[in-house]
Design a protein around this ligand. Structure first.
Ligand code: PMP
Length: 466
């Protein structure tokens, strides 16, 4: 077709690149990297194809979201049918796709929840913070307004969500952000902030919440927000009893527990939701990304039905005065319903769990490499922490990490890097492939990462790299 012809050929590619450089502002990228983007024109299963015809296995599912892969036509059709039938109506009233999806989310969560729809993970968290504060205010405790989150966690790009985020590199030059966000150290066993070792510790990473609540004044704390596993902060997997212990502290202090399932939700953890792995019941669950497999923007804030009781009041300002024009867009909701149905029909949560076990087993040999400090996994999610020195655990320099990423790309595999060891420096490789990835493709991912780590170490290497 003419459209295809337009994306083919070196001259056309060069023209697109020039226009991109001129007009498109890339997310997160430093200037030099932003000058050389991969212009993606096609997707098929777990793979993407760039404008030059190069094909890559996308071992990051875009930004941890394209769980069903890049070519699920049924999702496109579900959205198209809804767009043709009834493209838009605000959720100040209601529509069928929102009702269907809210019911389905309840089944997936395994509890009774009221669902507030937005468009992004950041908005879902902003919604949760407002809800938590108002909940307490409505019950006669308007002084409860602070939210406790963890260093290293990411919760979004907007005022309060970024304030909740515990990564300095994302905040420099944008502060001051929203007040009222207090951080505690993460349950990071590889670099225990309390100088302890799991097995002989007293789970100081959990009991610190109690101490911080006391120091802040328990009557000022509205909520705790946490991901089941810190994902973007470097795949930091907590001890198995951590989340239950934090839940217990929240209960004792009358504090709500908000669980951010933006990445961990919808099968990534090997269960339907990440918190299902830990036997914990949240008060509020926020979700996005995998809810539509990334195909359309949609997010949700699920609030335990018992909390909604506090909002059943027609006194002035007693209702939740929060609106979102695009939140719960009908086509996005219809697409999300189909996403969850497909996951059920094809048993993709179970598949993610099995692939996760295979990935974790396949990465074992890499853990012996002198520049691999720690390999962590959770469901179908893995983090490989690169170090310059295994004894001192000093982080591998940025150049080394970038060399590994480039080595993977040369081998046809896109992986990610995350962490925030020091500002602007991520030393944890991340792998979070689509659930439709084949076993052969998974082998290719592991082989590419393994070869790329060896290659980087043998080449300039961490000591030689700056
Ligand atoms: N929470 C978590 C755990 C996330 O990983 C992200 C996005 N990476 C967000 C919230 C924010 O989501 P969004 O980018 O859709 O606003």
């Amino acid at each position: 077709t003419a459209k295809d012809a337009d994306t083919q050929g070196a001259t056309a590619a060069q023209r697109w690149l020039e226009q991109d450089r001129r007009y498109v502002w890339h997310h997160m990228q430093p200037y030099a990297a932003s000058r050389d983007p991969m212009i993606v024109v096609h997707g098929e299963g777990a793979t993407i194809t760039d404008i030059h015809g190069n094909r890559y296995i996308d071992a990051m599912s875009g930004l941890w979201c394209v769980n069903l892969g890049y070519s699920e036509r049924e999702l496109a059709e579900a959205a198209y049918r809804q767009l043709a039938e009834m493209p838009y109506y605000p959720l100040t009233q209601s529509h069928l796709p929102a009702i269907r999806l809210a019911e389905k989310l309840n089944a997936w969560l395994g509890g009774e929840y009221k669902i507030f729809f937005s468009n992004s993970g950041s908005e879902a968290n902003e919604t949760a913070f407002k809800l938590a504060r108002q909940y307490h205010a409505q019950r006669g405790e308007p002084g409860r307004w602070k939210v406790i989150s963890r260093y290293r966690a990411y919760h979004g790009n907007s005022g309060a969500a970024l304030a909740a985020t515990g990564q300095a590199q994302r905040k420099y030059k944008y502060e001051p952000l929203a007040p009222g966000f207090v951080h505690v150290p993460p349950p990071y066993c590889y670099r225990c902030p309390f100088g302890q070792a799991y097995g002989s510790c007293h789970l100081e990473c959990a009991s610190v919440y109690e101490q911080v609540m006391e120091w802040e004044g328990p009557e000022t704390i509205a909520a705790v927000i946490m991901e089941p596993v810190i994902t973007g902060g470097g795949v930091i997997v907590p001890p198995p009893e951590y989340m239950r212990q934090v839940r217990e502290i929240c209960d004792r202090y009358g504090v709500l527990l908000i669980v951010d399932e933006v990445i961990c939700g919808f099968g990534r953890s090997g269960e339907r939701f990440g918190h299902h792995n830990f036997g914990v019941e949240p008060d509020i669950v926020t979700m996005a990304k995998g809810i539509t497999s990334g195909y359309l923007p949609l997010s949700a804030t699920a609030v335990r039905a018992s909390l909604f009781e506090a909002f059943k009041d027609d006194a002035p300002y007693a209702h939740f005065r929060h609106v979102n024009t695009f939140g719960g867009n009908p086509a996005a909701c219809a697409l999300a319903v189909r996403t969850l149905e497909i996951m059920e029909e094809r048993r993709l949560v179970e598949r993610a769990r099995e692939l996760g076990r295979a990935l974790s087993a396949a990465l074992v040999p890499l853990a012996a490499h002198p520049n691999v400090g720690d390999v962590r996994s959770f469901g179908f999610l893995a983090g490989i922490e690169l170090v310059a020195d295994k004894e001192t655990r000093s982080p591998a320099p940025a150049a080394f990490v970038n060399q590994v990423l480039a080595g993977c790309k040369r081998r046809g595999v896109i992986i990610g890097k995350n962490g925030d060891t020091v500002p602007n420096h991520n030393n944890v490789l991340t792998i979070s492939p689509p659930f439709v990835v084949s076993r052969e493709e998974l082998d290719q991912i592991v082989q590419a990462v393994t070869e790329a780590v060896h290659e980087a170490a043998e080449g300039a290497g961490p000591s030689g790299a700056s």
